[in-house]
Design a protein around this ligand. Structure first.
Ligand code: AMP
Length: 120
């Protein structure tokens, strides 16, 4: 699927829409989800124009991929969830109900998460 440069996260990256920034490095931006499902609910997005994880791994440099992954870990540390633990989720494509077509990872934490991985 072609990348839409006017998706919401692309507009946040360009500064056209605001976000509550948690962390940023050369290759990623982390900000609070606008509709939090947990006490800690942060999105981490790569700065490059990638629709899905497969798109990113096909097109991004090793440095970009490493920088993105490091940003996920650093964001969790800054959010204070590293010690108690957290869950990372990346919705990819239709079966996963990916809404925003710019690849992103959700960080969930701040309370005990249910034992079941998937509900319905
Ligand atoms: P997904 O289903 O993985 O594509 O989830 C997209 C997420 O982006 C949802 O959890 C939304 O609440 C979140 N979201 C949508 N617009 C914004 C925004 N402007 N700022 C922060 N989060 C947003």
């Amino acid at each position: 699927m072609a990348y839409d440069p006017n998706n919401i996260f692309a507009r946040i990256l360009r500064g056209e829409l605001p976000c509550q920034k948690v962390y940023e490095n050369d290759h990623a931006l982390a900000f609070n989800d606008i509709n939090p499902l947990m006490p800690v609910h942060i999105l981490v997005i790569p700065k490059g124009p990638y629709v899905t994880l497969a798109d990113m791994t096909a097109k991004a440099t090793a440095e970009e991929i490493a920088g993105f992954l490091a940003a996920v870990a650093e964001t969790a540390r800054l959010a204070g969830v590293e010690d108690e633990g957290y869950r990372i989720v990346g919705n990819n494509g239709r079966h996963a109900n990916q809404e925003v077509l710019h690849f992103h990872v959700h960080i969930f934490g701040g309370r005990q998460i249910g034992g079941r991985m998937i509900k319905s």
